[in-house]
Design a protein around this ligand. Sequence first.
Ligand code: ADP
Ligand code: MG
Length: 282
Amino acid sequence: MSDDTTTGPDRPVLEIDGLEVHYGVRRRRRRALHGVSLSVAPGEAVGIIGETGSGKSTLARAALGLVRASAGSIAVDGEDVTAHGTRQWRALRRRGVVQYVFQDPLRSLDPDLSIETSLTEPLLIGGATREEAAARVRGFLPRVRLDEDLLGRLPGELSGGQRQRVAVARALVTGPRLVILDEPVSALDSANRVQVLEILKGLRADGVALVFISHDLGSVAGVADRVAVLYRGELVEAGATRDVITAPRHPYTRLLLGSAPTLRGAPADRAERDALRALLHT
Ligand code: ADP
Ligand code: MG
């Protein structure tokens, strides 16, 4: 047996090592990510949590080739994508290796295309015939609890919850190895949030790996096997979801848990929270 973990069926679908991302140039240059390392195994769901501005979307963008790494490396399904240009990224996406879902489904869906066209398009690009694509889409709809009646409509004619379920379907219908979801439930009301979280949980059975990004640990907890905590562009804690919730090691994680009191069954002590906040912001 080989001990080379970069090849073979068990190699990580996403491997990020020492990632640095900067925005802006010269004096306006700002570091958004610093020394971030993360490995996601096939079929694994990893949650990334952190407050607004901690670098979560930057991490998603880097893993999707939408922003360049200033240092470090990124490999997707064993392929080093660190220096990939637009064309190579397009080829990777066409092969359906990695897909994405953003907070606002209108960003992942063309407003002028019917739901059916939006859903069949990635399959047609992947080489399916029209009949195959149509059948696959119809077969997939129950997984995201959508009705066939919706196929002829435009995104603007759907509710926010339905639209996000279409975006999830579009990302998953091609059977990708990895899906990156950046705040997929943050814009939804609580009923739709619960529904999308249940759908994501159900999709785990397909063996797809998920990177589930949220500012809310509570949303991630039911779906992710592991969570990593981003704070000011650095990963400060990572571990099995249950361990991070029951025995957080970093003060920032405790602060995040304090704002999700239902997770530990007791309301967070206000004084403790204020103390942690003061500690973190000095
Ligand atoms: P999050 O998704 O956790 O809210 P982001 O990754 O969006 O965090 O942002 C991380 C940091 O990078 C923030 O300080 C933000 O202001 C900055 N930033 C994000 N996008 C850009 C951009 N396009 N240009 C300049 N700065 C950016
Ligand atoms: Mg963000």
